[in-house]
Design a protein around this ligand. Structure first.
Ligand code: IPE
Ligand code: IPE
Ligand code: MG
Ligand code: MG
Ligand code: MG
Length: 358
């Protein structure tokens, strides 16, 4: 990974930290303890992979940074909430997260529960009260994005080069558990969504809700808990991982692109990329749980084996899991072929996701 990419990551992480600081309720506002715990769970830690994916997709789609920041924050708040709940004694029962005591250890279980609730609703509040797409005719500050009437006509110039002909390779073994972008919609609805800013913003709310709920992350977590001590088949494991981790990663990419201008076909391609790299992300998480140490991970290593969780490592062995991540990585990169250099950041992030050490 080149210095240019590392610089891009560091600059975006630093800016985004300030965005999150500004969007979270201040710790001195009542109820202080809940607000303090929300900030504890979200700030000062985490790789911010989902926001980075949203930024890269936003750049590809010619989106304004301030708008993608809000969409990325919504996704990261959902992710942070999922981690708080994932660590609770009734789930994975972990005491370390992002190098700090987990939220329920630092505060208490009821507070951790409420932190999750409040982060989740804050995510949707952000998507509802900020203007996230459409032309901006004037330079603006973040404040001017707040709940303003549309200041532009519909229809943005296409900012992305047209991709090659659609490519529909079936991934691994399982049919797509989440609707593809646009699935179940007729062409006129897709056209409407593409040309109406308010409709597109509602679509972003729908996408994040779907990715977070019982047909996304929460559903995957339910399968994870129901699978303790069981030997899943490969398709079952894939189904679980695509939900518990892949769904939110897919949503991050789509939300970033929706802040700019992307055709339905380009969104489909990005969605396919997100599905593949989202699954690869959790395969690598399974490998790192076995291979890396607690200090490097900032969370307890060896937790999956301790909790008797079925993972890609328990099913395929370390090398088999690594090979699977490589295959998914390759296939993910293929989906970006038609975008040319506009997708370079997404390619670099895909590389980071499979090569990372933490
Ligand atoms: C960890 O996600 C939980 C999974 C979904 C595998 P990350 O590895 O992105 O965690 P942070 O945000 O960097 O702490
Ligand atoms: C968690 O998967 C996925 C979430 C939705 C949070 P893991 O349980 O493997 O995540 P870590 O390893 O605790 O971060
Ligand atoms: Mg878990
Ligand atoms: Mg866990
Ligand atoms: Mg894990």
């Amino acid at each position: 990974m080149g210095a240019d990419f590392q610089g891009w990551v560091a600059a975006n992480q630093a800016r985004f930290e300030e965005v999150l600081r500004g969007l979270l309720p201040k710790a001195d506002i009542a109820p202080q303890r809940l607000h303090e715990a929300m900030r504890y769970a979200v700030l000062d830690g985490g790789k911010r992979v989902r926001p980075l994916l949203a930024f890269a997709a936003g750049e590809l789609a010619g989106a304004e940074q301030a708008r993608v920041d809000v969409a990325a924050a919504a996704v990261e708040l959902i992710h942070a909430y999922s981690l708080v709940h994932d660590d609770m004694p009734c789930m994975d029962d972990d005491v370390l997260r992002r190098g700090k005591p987990t939220c329920h250890v630092q505060y208490d279980e009821a507070t951790a529960l409420l932190v999750g609730d409040a982060l989740q609703t804050l995510a949707f509040q952000l998507l509802a009260e900020h203007r996230l797409n459409g032309h901006a005719r004037f330079p603006h500050t973040r404040d001017t994005l707040l709940a303003k009437p549309a200041d532009c006509g519909s229809g943005c110039e296409a900012a992305i080069p047209a991709p090659d002909a659609p490519q529909r390779r079936v991934m691994a073994s399982h049919p797509n558990p989440l609707p593809q972008a646009g699935e179940g919609e007729n062409e006129s609805l897709r056209e409407f969504l593409a040309n109406d800013d308010a409709a597109r913003q509602l679509e972003m709310v729908r996408l994040l809700a779907l990715a977070s709920g019982s047909r996304g992350m929460a559903g995957g977590q339910a399968i994870d808990l129901a699978s303790v001590g069981k030997a899943l088949t490969l398709p079952e494991l894939e189904f679980m991982h695509i939900h518990k981790t892949g769904a939110l990663i897919r949503a991050a990419i789509l939300l970033g692109a929706h802040c700019g201008s992307a055709s339905a076909e380009q969104l489909d391609r990005l969605d396919r990329f997100g599905k593949l790299i989202g699954l690869a992300f959790q395969v690598v998480d399974d490998v790192l749980d076995c291979e890396a140490d607690t200090a490097t991970l900032g969370k307890t290593a060896g937790k999956d084996a301790d909790n008797d969780k079925p993972t890609y490592v328990s099913l395929l062995g370390i090398q088999g899991a690594r090979d699977m991540a490589q295959r998914l990585h390759r296939e993910a990169l293929e989906t970006l072929a038609g975008f040319g250099m506009a997708a370079q950041r997404l390619r670099e992030l895909a590389d980071f996701i499979v090569l990372r050490k933490f």
